[in-house]
Design a protein around this ligand. Structure first.
Ligand SMILES: Cc1ncc(COP(=O)(O)O)c(C=O)c1O
Length: 376
């Protein structure tokens, strides 16, 4: 049966995505290419649609975090280069080979498992070798790499297609850590080459690295957040001209005239100080509208920013629209993104919630339908 959904949705502006991609490209020195990071459902924007849009803008290298995310793209018919950041866990080797997916090689044991399976199937698997140049998370440490290189170079089931590392502090433009990491990255690359391995792809930079630090030896850059219009760090607003891609909107379900003194929502943590007109929207924390916005969120309606009042519920929020005379049930309120020349950005939410815009976008609930503009 066909019926309209609850009037709450996330509009995904694919032209803004294109604009942000062009920004990323402008920081790449030719012939560097973009390896677009579309993990976590393209940071909540919809991996299949975002990947297809990026393909149409000329990107043909993508990265996700898990095998499942990669298979979602493969099942949607996306056959471009696909790197899985999150390694290959025991038992997943066959799926990587079957679907031509490139795992990130993080340790010796995984390398040996993958090699065994590839040889058993009389195939070769392309992998990207990841080194820990100072991130302190995953990847070969310098000594581990040094010890493993003689054996790695003999693993005939593997093709070391890429050499990569990840930056820990590139979002702080003056951090000395990034220069140290670059230095270690180059030294480890040199060691790999001395062992007779010549990776076709070399990559280090995320959005912050790409827009703040040069990597002349790199063939790829791996932007994520900047593609979606989020700043990689507070210092980047002057450097980057980004457009928000996601606009979270919800339409007024009820308009209520409440007398002075009325308590509003759970806990009555807000009381009407005068007679008030209150708009109720069908969106709540189950949709990613954080409960911390109780009594302090904002929405854009008819060219004004209007305050959220009372507790944010799982499925509803209330806004004070007393200052507006011509509000109607069905009017659309923008809670994240742009409307009427005003904006409430992912970075604004992040500041209010003491987090980063990455978490804001990923947190927009899966029950919120994504609508793509222009339609794809
Ligand atoms: C290995 C790796 N590369 C690139 C990125 C993209 O980073 P950003 O979204 O900061 O551009 C990520 C994201 O966390 C990552 O884990």
């Amino acid at each position: 049966m066909n019926y309209p959904s609850r009037p709450t949705w996330a509009e995904i502006d694919l032209l803004a995505l294109k604009h942000n991609l062009q920004q990323a490209v402008s920081f790449c020195s030719a012939p560097q290419r973009i390896l677009a990071v579309v993990k976590a459902d393209a940071y909540g924007h919809g991996a299949i649609q975002v990947t297809r849009a990026l393909q149409s803008y000329g990107v043909h290298d993508f990265a996700v975090a898990t095998l499942e995310e990669a298979l979602e793209l493969r099942h949607a018919g996306i056959s471009d280069n696909l790197l899985v950041f999150g390694s290959c866990f025991p038992g997943q080797e066959g799926a990587f080979l079957q679907h031509n997916l490139m795992p990130t090689l993080l340790d010796k044991e995984t390398a040996l498992r993958l090699n065994t399976e590839a040889l058993r199937q009389k195939l070769q698997l392309k992998v990207h070798l990841k080194v820990d140049s100072g991130m302190g998370r995953v990847g070969f440490l310098p000594q581990q790499l040094q010890d493993f290189l003689p054996q790695l170079s003999q693993l005939d089931g593997l093709v070391i297609e890429g050499f990569m590392s990840h930056l820990a502090c590139a979002d702080e433009l003056r951090s000395p850590v990034t220069a140290d990491q670059q230095e270690r990255f180059r030294t480890m690359l040199e060691r790999v080459r001395q062992a007779g391995i010549e990776p076709r792809e070399i990559h280090l930079n995320n959005s912050a690295g790409l827009s703040g630090w040069e990597c002349p030896e790199c063939t790829l850059s791996r932007p994520g957040i900047m593609l979606y219009g989020g700043l990689p760090g507070v210092d980047f607003s002057a450097k980057l001209d980004l457009q928000p891609v996601m606009h979270l909107r919800s339409c007024i379900a009820q308009l209520r005239q409440l007398p002075a003194g009325s308590g509003i929502s759970y806990g009555h943590c807000y009381h009407a100080h005068t007679d008030m007109q209150v708009a109720v929207l069908p969106i709540g924390y189950a949709d990613g509208y954080n409960r911390l916005f109780s009594n302090c969120g904002q929405g854009i309606l008819r060219g004004q920013k209007i305050p959220v009042i009372g507790r944010v519920c799982m499925d509803w929020i209330m806004l004070d629209v007393s200052t507006l005379s011509n509000v109607r049930v069905g009017d659309c309120v923008t809670l994240l993104g742009e409307a009427d020349g005003l904006s409430i950005l992912g970075d604004d939410w992040a500041e209010q919630l003491d987090t980063i815009s990455y978490e804001v976008f990923c947190g927009v609930g899966s029950r919120v339908p994504r609508r793509y503009l222009p339609e794809i």
